[in-house]
Design a protein around this ligand. Structure first.
Ligand code: MOS
Length: 742
């Protein structure tokens, strides 16, 4: 079952509208609707807030402000990850960023709540905020560690000396903008009080984190908080934690003793969930005439919110990517009065590889060398910074196979040398690498008396395919047909996981299911082989084969149903676990990563600088694949995200107010179908990484994004001879340098 292109088992539910999202749990009864009122200044203080008129408006049940909000817990920095900490709201008159909630209006209908929200009168004393990254870019500090616990800075050898001696050099500055996750389902929540308990229908990636966060904010026993999140309409980092939508719904529900639901509007999503930090990156590469790197440095400055530090691992990928004796990476932060930076798909790796893989293209150009060949020449034999072996590195195979399939040998050797009418045509490529992570996850597998299996975990499915691949792993583990395995996800009352994020969800939960099934098989075999009533009695359990609902040992066999009925009339269950990577020696003894190579062809209109992606092909090495259909969909989605990073995505801050000015999909552009050619494909090499986990599989959610934007950017350079280092590459940056059209 594992490795087959099984259709999504939850497909029919989604196609018929029966998959229930956070805002739609009708079984909770008639809920009230909350609408968030956001601050209209970016920094300062509320001097007066008058809720009288709003409270008198039709249908209004409550107007919550800092003046009447119940007591809340505070953020506890000793809890290792932000997403598990309290997220108190409406904590006082101070305003920390534009759009910060200053009130929640709760009414019988959404329209009444939104209407009354306009009647809340707020006066402010506006202070001088730090809003403009460019202005404060040099006023930095050194974060203690990066997100994910990686070191802030690294140094190997003597970079300055190595770089000074290098014959061919690149020393360039790149910038990347604020970007948002923007799932289709906006962040939303419904809280339903049940006696002392609180059921929270949330839209979240990590159920366990949501429960802890709600409980510690509302000063509740976590056992009394029940998170329910069976379906999630995308997350991409914006739902790793919960936000004002969940906390305010929960507070209001407890105050009123009724279910309350709160959704962010699309504009509010741009203000209230955090964004990828903007960055300025210096990349220095020093090589010999043969292309071999002597020195690599990647120095990054990013914005952070002053209260909630967030330091992306932007320079971390380069630590494991290429060989070079002299190396340097650093991360610096400048505090701005903006929403907190947060994880946005491939956090750090996406903007970091955009720059590094552009710089590698610049080096290839300076050397007059093929960019594929340049990367192959710098292939390391061991991880050059950690000095440990790679578990299973196939970057060179990805590069060669991608070049062959794409027809890379037809690449225009000279930039701006190929035209088709008005169109300038170019090819670009880049390498991809991303670390593979593992987190603590427990799964329970239950064999029911009716012979079906139930897999229970608080793991989520964001649309990624969790239901489907866990069905496959469970079916294989117990030798059952797919339709006899049920997956029950997204309940905090189930065994806890690290949820969906960091590309770890599929492997963490599948490995735990695999182990739970093994434990269950042992229980069943112990019972059957030791029982004179079983045809398996006295046989060697090690020789057992589970298939088609039967257990066979040699020529004897019995159905699972018979074994369960005889020995476990109420059903039988077992748990399986994965542990935190820090406690798993493989993760310190080996450098465990996923790899890829991206190839893109673009056309650039010689008169208008309009850029069209014409085709794209990427080849990946990610260990074993659970399901080629869901995997390809994930990888292509990632590649397209990279296209957006190269050409479209950019949230712009008004330096006077700290507001994001283009806070909707009319102004914040993401690739749509019309931007992406039909000729796009992701190919995965056969693989099995025995150091990652017993299934040999690694994460695929984010490696597709890593470097894919650089392949597009490099193709734009190859087409035009113009190098844009200030992402995204928009027309006005490209137009002035275009060659004359005759
Ligand atoms: Mo991902 S940015 O960990 O959802």
């Amino acid at each position: 079952m594992i490795g087959q292109a099984v259709n999504r088992v939850d497909g029919p539910l989604k196609a018929t509208g029966r998959a229930t999202y956070a805002y739609e749990h009708w079984e909770a009864g008639r809920p009230l609707y909350g609408f968030i009122v956001g601050a209209t200044i970016g920094k300062g203080r509320i001097t007066r807030i008058d809720t009288e008129e709003a409270e008198g408006a039709s249908g209004v049940q409550l107007v919550m402000t800092h003046l009447n909000v119940p007591a809340q817990g505070t953020r506890d920095e000793s809890i290792p990850f932000e997403y598990w900490r309290a997220q108190p709201m409406l904590t006082g008159p101070d305003v920390h960023f534009f759009g910060e909630p200053v009130a929640l209006v709760v009414a019988e209908t959404f329209e009444q709540a939104r209407d009354a929200a306009d009647l809340v009168e707020v006066e402010y004393h506006a202070g001088r905020g730090r809003f403009d990254f460019g202005e404060f870019e040099d006023d930095t500090y050194v974060p203690k560690t990066l997100n994910a616990g990686l070191p802030t800075d690294t140094a190997v050898g003597d970079f300055d000396a190595g770089f000074a001696r290098a014959e061919v050099k690149v020393d360039e500055q790149y910038t990347t903008p604020y970007e948002f996750s923007m799932p289709i389902e906006p962040n939303a929540s419904m809280a339903e009080p049940r006696g002392e308990d609180l059921v929270v229908y949330a839209s979240c990636q990590i159920t366990d984190a949501a429960r802890d966060s709600v409980a510690s904010t509302l000063l509740m026993d976590p056992e009394r908080v029940h998170i329910v999140t069976p379906f999630v309409g995308g997350g991409f980092g914006s739902k790793l934690g919960i936000h004002s939508e969940t906390i305010l719904a929960a507070l209001a529900a407890r105050m009123l003793g009724r279910p309350v639901k709160v959704t962010l509007t699309r504009q509010q999503v741009f203000q209230l969930v955090g964004m990828r930090p903007t960055s300025s990156q210096r990349v220095r590469l020093g090589a010999g005439p043969d292309g071999r790197l002597a020195a690599i440095a990647h120095d990054v400055t990013m914005h952070t919110n002053p209260d909630v530090e967030y330091a992306e691992q932007t320079a971390a990928t380069v630590r494991s990517l290429y060989a070079a004796p002299h190396r340097l990476t650093s991360h610096r932060l400048t505090a701005l009065d903006l929403p907190r930076g947060t994880d946005v798909r491939a956090p750090g790796e996406a903007p970091g590889m955009l720059s590094v893989e552009s710089a590698m293209d610049e080096l290839a150009d300076a050397l007059g060398m093929d960019p594929v060949e340049l990367r192959i020449r710098n292939e390391p034999t061991v991880d050059p910074e950690r000095n440990v072996p790679y578990s299973d590195r196939h970057l060179v195979e990805c590069l060669r196979e991608g070049a062959r399939r794409f027809g890379w040998e037809d690449r225009p050797a000279t930039p701006a040398s190929v035209r088709e009418g008005r169109w300038l045509i170019g090819y670009g490529m880049s390498a991809a690498i991303r670390g593979h992570f593992q987190g603590p996850t427990t799964v329970r597998v239950r064999l029911e008396p009716d012979g079906t299996a139930a897999v229970q975990t608080d793991m989520t499915d964001l649309g990624t395919g969790t239901y489907t691949i866990l069905t496959q792993v469970g079916a294989e583990g117990l030798g059952l047909p797919l339709d006899r395995v049920r997956i029950d996800l997204g309940r905090s009352d189930h065994p806890s996981s690290w949820g969906s994020g960091g590309s770890w969800g599929a492997t963490n939960s599948s490995t735990a299911v695999h182990r739970a099934c093994a434990a269950l098989r042992t229980k069943l075999l112990d019972a059957a082989c030791g029982d004179p009533r079983s045809p398996l009695h006295g046989r060697d359990p090690a020789a057992a084969v589970f298939a088609g609902g039967d257990v066979a040992i040699g020529d004897a066999s019995e159905t699972l149903l018979e074994i369960v009925a005889r020995h476990h009339p109420d059903g039988v269950e077992a748990e399986g676990q994965t542990r935190f990577m820090g406690d798993d020696p493989n993760y310190s003894d080996y450098s465990i990563n996923t790899y890829g190579a991206h190839f893109a062809e673009v056309g650039v209109d010689g008169d208008t600088a309009e850029i069209r992606l014409r085709r794209m092909l990427s080849v990946f090495s990610v260990g074993r694949v659970f399901n080629p259909k869901t995997a390809r969909s994930q990888l292509i989605g990632g590649m397209i995200w990279g296209v957006g990073a190269a050409l479209e995505e950019e949230a712009v801050v008004d330096p006077r107010s700290g507001a994001f000015v283009n806070r909707d999909f009319a102004g914040y552009l993401v690739p749509v179908n019309g931007d992406i050619p039909a000729d796009i494909d992701a190919v995965v090499l056969e693989g099995y990484d025995d150091k990652a986990n017993p299934l040999g599989a690694k994460g695929i959610g984010e490696v597709g994004i890593c470097g894919s934007g650089a392949a597009v950017a490099n193709a734009v350079f190859n087409a035009t001879g113009v190098r844009v280092r200030d992402f995204p590459i928009t027309l006005e940056k490209l137009l002035p340098g275009l060659p004359a059209m005759v």
